[in-house]
Design a protein around this ligand. Structure first.
Ligand code: NOJ
Length: 743
């Protein structure tokens, strides 16, 4: 029998190979060897031990395991835990599995490392605002190194749910509304977490979630039902997952929602037909937290036994927290409602990943390493840089920003101006609020000591009190410039945190109005987990910086941007509506037979509001200016399987170095099914010196031009395509060209 050590070496090679070379014969031999090893284990496992591998149980909130876990680990009846973390704690439990259980199968420790483990990086929506996948890759790789050093093997990330409705609280955890941008970030995050080999001491196994269509929850209410065409599923909601699977993601999480009447955690079409059949995914699927049990509430399963039967047969391999597989597996097997082959296949998938993680050979975390990796100065420096790169300048009239460091006095006002806890954002891993650099602390460090900084909180994030307004207005009057930090608390987005209003909560808008009335130059710094309806602020204040929740180094990063040490270059990955009543609002919509027309009543619009967004997808300013010119296509006609190069020049026409994101959109003008008015098909962020000019090239291939026809076949249809290149999805200076796909 092949030894465990050689299996590990083989699995490393195998993973490395999967990125660089097509399967070779030695590659398939390595695969066979791993499967042989798994078969040998399977042959020795009792049914109870097999079902034990399919069980994941929750630890204590503080990272401890529960007494029951010891017992189960000793008996070989536990596959994985979530939330148990820390090198010492995980080692203690692992030692029981490795030294006292019959078959010595290692435990798999999972945790939600969403945007950092202890060093907290910007929330995922913020990172997507960088329009630079390298930001997300670096961020995930920092998170992976800290988490693995702390005994965590597996993160429940990246979340790649497309979100077109800002009411949905979990919009903060993803990359926004677009499948192309989403797929680019999904790839980058999987690379960052897993690297080429997730058995490495600084990498973790990733989990693409939530499979699938969870982001389309009706009315933006978390956990709610979704219902959509197979075309929308395949074209909008699947692409980030497909990108993750193609990048070698080891696991997926089945979502809470029901999809077209069948809950995603018991959906054979998505879990087996698409995932295993079409995409050849060979990792495992974990259910979301108690999602198997919840099949009863959905009204799909009449009881727990049926819940287990439906989920396992549909393709869920590991059950998170509820215990239906374990409790009812034996009975289902006896009754012939579940086959031995189905159980074995689920166990096989889980063991395969444990082998690939190298856990049989290296089950323990290195406690010394943990101390040197966690919260290292290098990680702090990176967190600061990545956070600044994720910020979006929404408005900057009369060059209000950047601020001069020589200003005599600054008023810093607002409930988030000296806040630590909220800046961590939702899902803050093992982050500590006390590690967070607040904006007040950062500004004090940024400006000369002679500069007077007048701080006033003004009001809470979400209360009715205006008691602090007088003080805030007083300090504003005494200062040369006013910075006000407003937004949401961290808990207002994330899981179970949907909102029916997108307004600034509490009395914060009134606070901004009172400050505006002082006539002092005013900069609004937003900290929030979703698009907000900030119409008054957009119309009446001169400068707005969207900073999302920027993490441990938030204050420093914001100060870097406010004072011009970093020129902001982020772009919105989601549409900002004018009113919650416009939701869902997204740029890549269909045209309708009566497109909006302000002068014609019987067209698709609102009586009481423009149909357009407040800030469009892809929008963001800089402290310098850019000009696009000279759009060229390599051909005006191509074959359906052909390829076209689109190129354009981008020039920094301003006085500072800065970043611009060139965005390529297409439109299939007439097709056998209606097509979106615009679809992102390429983007790249550039840094240019003043006066510098670059030519950018994008390739358009069948993958970009195709869609699902009425027979649900992916095709490129003949006819005219429009190409639009701009610096947002609604750029009035965008350059337009067209080409034809020949018959
Ligand atoms: C429920 C959430 O939906 C999921 O994203 C998360 O990974 C699990 N809980 C585990 O915490």
């Amino acid at each position: 029998m092949t030894s465990i050590r050689s299996i590990r070496m083989l699995s490393i090679l195998l993973l490395a190979f999967s990125f660089i070379a097509p399967p070779s014969s030695s590659h398939s031999q390595q695969r066979k060897d791993i499967e042989k090893e798994i078969n040998a284990l399977l042959a020795r496992m009792t049914l109870e031990e097999k079902l034990g591998q399919l069980q994941q149980l929750d630890g204590e909130g503080n990272g401890n395991f529960r007494p029951e876990h010891r017992d189960l680990a000793r008996k070989g009846l536990l596959g994985s835990t979530l939330n148990v973390r820390g090198a010492q704690k995980t080692n203690e439990l692992q030692r029981i599995a490795m030294e006292q259980s019959r078959l010595k199968i290692p435990l798999l420790f999972g945790f939600d490392v969403i945007h950092g483990y202890r060093t907290i990086l910007p929330v995922p929506l913020a990172e997507a605002s960088s329009w630079d996948p390298a930001v997300a890759e670096r961020s995930a790789s920092i998170a992976a190194a800290e988490a693995r050093s702390s005994g965590v093997h597996w993160t429940f990330a990246p979340m790649m749910d497309i979100a077109r409705d800002a009411r949905w609280g979990r919009i903060v955890e993803g990359s926004g509304e677009d499948p192309y941008l989403g797929a680019s970030f999904a790839r980058a995050r999987v690379r960052g977490f897993q690297g080429r080999d997730y058995s490495a001491p600084d990498k973790v196994l990733a989990c693409a979630k939530h499979w699938v269509a969870y982001g389309a929850a009706e009315a933006g209410r978390d956990y709610n039902t979704t219902d959509m065409s197979e075309r929308t599923l395949r074209e909008i909601y699947f692409p980030p997952f497909k990108a993750a699977v193609d990048s070698g993601v080891g696991t997926l999480m089945s979502s809470f929602n029901s999809l077209n009447g069948v809950p995603a955690s018991a959906n054979p079409f998505t879990l087996t037909h698409v995932l295993r059949g079409e995409w050849k995914f060979d990792g495992f699927v974990v259910s979301d937290y108690t999602a198997v049990q919840e099949l009863i509430n959905h009204g799909l399963a009449a009881n727990e036994k049926e819940a287990a039967r439906l989920a396992l047969n549909a393709g869920v391999d590991m059950e998170m927290v509820s215990r239906n597989f374990n409790q009812h597996g034996p009975d289902l097997l006896r009754n012939g409602q579940l086959s031995q082959a189905t159980i074995d296949e689920a166990v096989r998938r889980i063991l395969r990943i444990k082998f690939r993680l190298g856990l049989f050979e290296h089950p323990y975390a290195d406690e010394t390493r943990e101390r040197s990796v966690i919260l290292s100065p290098a990680n702090a420096a990176a967190a600061r840089e990545l956070a600044a790169r994720s910020m979006v300048l929404l408005k900057n009239e009369r060059e209000t920003l950047p601020l001069s460091k020589e200003v005599k006095s600054i008023a810093l006002i607002g409930p988030l101006a000296d806040d630590q806890q909220d800046l961590l954002g939702s899902w803050s891993g093992d982050g500590h609020a006390t590690d967070v650099v607040t904006l007040l602390t950062a500004i004090k460090a940024k400006v000369p000591s002679a500069t007077k900084i007048n701080y006033a909180k003004g009001c809470d994030i979400n209360s009715d009190s205006t008691e602090g307004f007088d003080e805030a207005v007083r300090v504003a009057r005494e200062s040369n410039v006013v910075i006000v930090a407003v937004g949401e608390s961290a808990g207002m987005s994330g899981e179970a945190s949907s909102r029916s209003s997108l307004d600034l909560p509490g009395r914060q808008l009134d606070l901004v109005k009172a400050l505006r009335a002082t006539g002092k130059p005013l900069v609004v710094v937003l900290m929030n987990g979703r698009p907000l309806t900030i119409n008054w602020i957009a119309e009446n204040t001169p400068a707005i910086l969207e900073t999302w929740f920027a993490g441990t180094q938030a204050g420093n990063a914001i100060a870097d941007v406010l004072f011009g040490d970093v020129n902001p270059g982020g772009k919105l990955p989601v549409t900002f509506p004018r009113s919650v009543g416009q939701e869902p609002l997204y740029y890549n919509h269909m045209n309708t037979g009566r497109p909006p027309n302000a002068n014609e009543k019987y067209t698709s619009k609102y009586l009481d509001l423009p149909w357009t967004p407040l800030f469009p997808f892809g929008y963001g300013l800089s402290y310098t200016q850019f000009r696009l010119s000279n759009l060229q296509l390599s051909a005006t006609r191509i074959r359906p399987d052909g390829r076209l190069i689109v190129s354009v020049e981008i020039e920094n026409t301003g006085k500072r170095a800065g970043d611009e994101v060139v965005q390529l959109y297409i439109r299939d003008v007439a097709a056998s099914v209606t097509r979106p008015v615009k679809e992102l098909k390429g983007f790249e962020r550039f840094t240019l010196r003043p006066g510098e000019k670059r030519r950018v090239e994008f390739a358009l291939t069948p993958e970009h031009l195709g869609f699902y026809n009425p027979e649900m076949r992916f095709v490129v249809e003949p006819g005219e395509f429009k190409v639009m290149v701009g610096t947002s999805s609604a750029d009035e200076h965008e350059l337009v060209a067209s080409f034809e796909v020949q018959k």
